[in-house]
Design a binder for this molecule. Structure first.
Ligand SMILES: Cc1cc2nc3c(=O)[nH]c(=O)nc-3n(C[C@H](O)[C@H](O)[C@H](O)COP(=O)(O)OP(=O)(O)OC[C@H]3O[C@@H](n4cnc5c(N)ncnc54)[C@H](O)[C@@H]3O)c2cc1C
Length: 543
């Protein structure tokens, strides 16, 4: 996920043998409160520890945050991914840490991929089966073509070529022309106004919204700013995705116990877990700025600790709801951006089943009895996870966003399972999914959780400036001294929300910001994001 807003090569920075930088000895051991033990918090805490600082991680709920792998009882490592579940290989910083931790990955069973085996599209009461696009009726190929043509109307190939070649000059030139043109317009506007889709019947737009390009279900994003969608496609977020075998939560958890490298000023064997007596501090209730430039952080049980800097990685809305923050922590412009950030809703419901029965061949049709399913019914997306013929399998009965997710909000897990099974029963009348269920189902509505209030950011038209303010906040040298020392990270701060890679990249920006805040610097031969900021900075649209 290189660029396009800030095309800094995070993967090169991470891989360089010189490391990310160094700090004056006097600042070794300075404490940085890290609010949130999700991926951004853990990446930042680990790298700050590597530099010799003392991160103090606070977590309100559970290590992992939105990388939450629910382990089914007694099933020996069989998990349901309640948050992030499919990781594009273009997320090279994410996979850097997965590799460091030795985590295995495998192709994610997305629609029309080999990993899915068979895909079923059910729309308007009609059901289509196929393993590839070529096996579906011709209108699906026409839609795929229309999407490619629509993208080409705004010069997509040239943009993607520049990105893949890491030609930052050309990339910035092309992207900076698109930002002011598309910040104010929706994804739906883009599709409906395109010459390619305008000549096709309305039904094609509906089908496109259902099937999308890669992962399906893109009509939930129709109201979002078109820039969000362009970033997804140009950086290949939506193609070639992997799952993490055994669950993505192993990433933040693995960083928690990973010992420092030989480069670190900390003694060999030091880890975040060892610095914390194995458990993070309780959730943060208040953040105050002190007269001497330090911060007082109070946890929910009333204990206050003084810190030399703060890094907030929780959803930005929590800074005005869950956490009592001094208004002076940020400028009013930044508060505006943090509060205007718009989070999307999302719900998922999973069951464990005795075996991957969906691979059984229906003698009447010669096809597998069930496939990865995209539908306009309540379930929207149904994903099938095969753990091998001799182990229980997992079905994500329903993965939905926005109003489809809100339909589920008031219901308990059993009702959600029944509603999903009813919907699937209409698509697969001869298949008794319920008879295969073993163990307890599990469900999540991220918007219903006070420690999240939503699933992930989905920027609306006109939100580029807000994003710009949050993203560039790690560059503090020109800020009034009274606003320095508190940093932000997380996928909602990034330009690629809903992708774990955005959490990693913004965590690395914050690491650079904190390092320079304490008088440190990157190595000359390995410049960091702030060192190259002036050349690569996201375009400023002004006020
Ligand atoms: C339904 C869903 C599907 C997704 N699918 C994908 C996907 O397929 N691929 C992908 O790459 N990404 C996906 N994502 C996004 C991915 O999960 C996130 O980008 C990533 O996990 C975000 O990490 P983070 O550290 O920025 O935030 P979080 O994981 O949200 O971490 C923030 C932490 O702050 C904690 N916190 C909150 N309040 C406080 C407080 N007062 N004090 C202390 N701690 C607090 C929270 O409990 C949380 O642990 C998905 C997310 C969701 C919700």
């Amino acid at each position: 996920m290189f660029g396009p807003d800030f095309p800094f090569p995070y993967d090169d920075w991470l891989r360089h043998p010189a490391g990310l930088g160094s700090l004056p000895e006097a600042s070794h051991g300075a404490t940085v409160a890290v609010v949130g033990a999700g991926l951004a918090g853990m990446v930042a805490a680990y790298e700050l520890m590597e530099l010799g600082l003392r991160p103090v991680v606070y977590e309100a709920e559970r290590i992992g945050g939105r990388l939450r792998s629910h382990e089914f009882e007694g099933a020996d490592g069989i998990v349901a991914e309640l948050g992030g579940m499919r990781f594009p290989v273009s997320g090279t910083s994410f996979f850097h840490y997965a590799d460091v931790l030795g985590l295995a990955s495998a192709p994610f069973p997305n629609p029309l991929t080999e990993a899915a085996g068979s895909t079923v599209i059910d729309i308007g009461g009609q059901t289509y089966h196929g393993r590839t696009l070529a096996e579906l009726p011709a209108e699906f190929a026409e839609i795929a073509r229309a999407w490619d043509e629509a993208l080409e109307e705004i010069g997509f190939t040239a943009l993607q070529d520049a990105l893949r070649a890491r030609d930052t000059g050309r990339l910035k030139q092309l992207w900076n022309e698109l930002v002011p043109l598309w910040d104010g317009r929706t994804f739906y506007d883009f599709v409906s106004a395109s010459a390619a889709f305008s000549k096709l019947p309305f039904r094609y737009r509906e089908l496109f919204g259902l099937v999308g390009f890669g992962t399906g279900g893109w009509d939930s994003d129709f109201p979002n700013s078109m820039l969000e969608i362009l970033r997804v496609v140009v950086t290949d977020c939506d193609t070639d995705q992997q799952l993490i075998v055994g669950g993505a939560e192993q990433l933040p958890r693995g960083l928690w116990t990973l010992p420092v490298s030989e480069r670190s000023p900390w003694p060999a064997g030091t880890s975040l877990a060892s610095l914390h007596g194995r458990v993070p501090r309780a959730g943060v209730a208040a953040i105050r700025r002190q007269h001497d430039g330090t911060f007082l952080v109070r946890d929910r049980w009333g204990t206050s600790r003084q810190h030399d800097a703060v890094l907030a990685t929780c959803h930005s809305w929590l800074l005005t709801t869950q956490i009592d923050c001094d208004e002076t922590l940020f400028s009013q412009d930044l508060w505006m951006a943090l509060d205007r950030t718009r989070y999307m809703q999302s719900s998922k419901t999973f069951v464990m089943v005795d075996r991957p029965f969906w691979k059984d061949i229906d003698p009447a049709t010669g096809r597998p009895v069930m496939g990865m399913t995209l539908t306009d019914r309540l379930t929207r997306g149904t994903y099938l996870f095969d753990n091998g013929p001799d182990r229980p399998a997992v079905i994500c009965l329903s993965y939905s966003w926005m109003s489809d997710a809100l339909k589920m909000l008031p219901y308990d897990v059993d009702t959600r399972v029944k509603l999903a099974l009813d919907a699937l029963g209409k698509i697969y009348p001869g298949v008794d999914v319920a008879s295969h269920i073993v163990g307890d189902p599990v469900t999540v509505s991220w918007e219903d959780d006070p420690n999240f209030l939503g699933a992930f950011k989905g920027a609306l038209p006109g939100h580029y400036r807000y994003n710009h303010r949050m993203y560039t906040h790690f560059m503090q040298d020109k800020m009034p001294p009274a606003e320095r020392g508190i940093f932000l990270a997380g996928d909602d701060v990034s330009f690629t929300p809903a992708w774990a890679e955005g959490a990693v990249q913004t965590a690395l920006n914050a690491v650079w910001g904190v390092m320079t805040h304490f008088g440190g610097a990157s190595h000359r031969e390995n410049p960091g994001p702030g060192d190259l900021f002036d050349t690569l900075a996201p375009i400023d649209l002004g006020d």
